[in-house]
Design a protein around this ligand. Structure first.
Ligand SMILES: [Fe+2]
Length: 293
């Protein structure tokens, strides 16, 4: 294995199925008129920004592949199938066809093990890849011409506490970074999660009717703004310090550990992050945030 691999950029890349639905890509069956433009145009700005950077592989940590024992990585070179969102099957029925960087996935699993984590590879070729992985990857890099590494979210935060869950994800982030550096790869990292996550319980008749879309809870909005302010100031260690409180009080999807993993893998960057967009989807807070290293 070569050395001198590196993380070229890290992105908070949330995965509301509504954004893919509103984009109308050929892979997704349902058709939309429009909707959630601020976030979709934010992803457009992200793609434009990333187009100046060469990378070999996309790594994504996803809340919707939940594993109870340890951290799992996709370990088959090619997956093809249809992904249906269980809550929004009328918005997201997506035909995916993706390649996996199995060598790097194995290296992360081995590195994690050597640092005391439980890890394993998903070797079932019929495994249905989760929609958190697919949506973040699609919105960030819709040409699907790069292999990916998808990492499950271990449920330590639910079985023990948010603090224990966070320690697990910091260790996983360090292992991920070490494996990338040894691999010689230039890697783009995606944290596939929303910020605050209280959502509507009723859907409008036309899902993309934007007269219904709005911030749902002022306290959660304030928490989201507080987190984004710290990211924009390059205070990622403070983000980590406040993450357990944020996660509990804003019912945030960061509970799955994706954002902690990302910040740890980037070694808690002090460079200011770029917020490409903030907006709600069924009331949940979503930000597209880029760190260039
Ligand atoms: Fe989600």
């Amino acid at each position: 294995m070569k050395n001198s691999g590196r993380i070229v950029a890290g992105v908070l890349a949330p995965h509301p199925p509504h954004l893919v639905y509103a984009e109308n890509p050929p892979q997704n069956e349902p058709r939309a008129e429009c909707g959630w433009e601020e976030l979709r145009w934010g992803y457009e700005r992200l793609r434009k920004s990333l187009s100046s950077e060469e990378f070999d592989v996309i790594l994504v940590h996803t809340p919707h592949w939940r594993t109870v024992v340890g951290h799992h990585m996709l370990g088959v070179p090619h997956f093809k199938g249809i992904s249906v969102d269980p809550v929004f099957p009328h918005l997201f029925r997506y035909n995916y066809d993706l390649k996996v960087d199995v060598e790097l996935a194995e290296a992360i699993a081995a590195e994690g093990k050597s640092q005391g984590l439980q890890t394993s590879l998903m070797r079932n070729p019929k495994f249905r890849v989760d929609y958190g992985t697919i949506i973040s990857c699609h919105l960030t890099h819709p040409t699907w011409d790069k292999p990916i590494v998808s990492i499950s979210s271990n449920a330590a935060a639910d079985y023990f506490s948010t603090d224990v869950g966070q320690q697990e994800m910091i260790a996983l982030g360090h292992a991920t970074r070490a494996a990338i550096e040894k691999s010689g790869r230039k890697a783009l990292l995606l944290s596939s999660c929303s910020l605050s996550h209280r959502h509507f319980t009723e859907e409008p008749q036309v899902p993309e009717d934007m007269t219904y879309e709005h911030i749902y809870n002022h306290n959660q909005y304030l928490w989201d703004m507080r987190m984004l302010k710290m990211m924009r100031a390059g205070e990622s260690k403070r983000v980590i310090a406040e993450m357990p409180d944020f996660t509990d009080q804003a019912i945030s999807e960061t509970r799955a550990g994706s954002l902690t993993w990302l910040l740890a893998a980037m070694n808690f960057p002090t460079t200011p992050a770029t917020v490409h967009a903030y907006g709600t989807v069924i009331g949940t807070g979503n930000a597209i945030v880029e760190w260039r290293l």
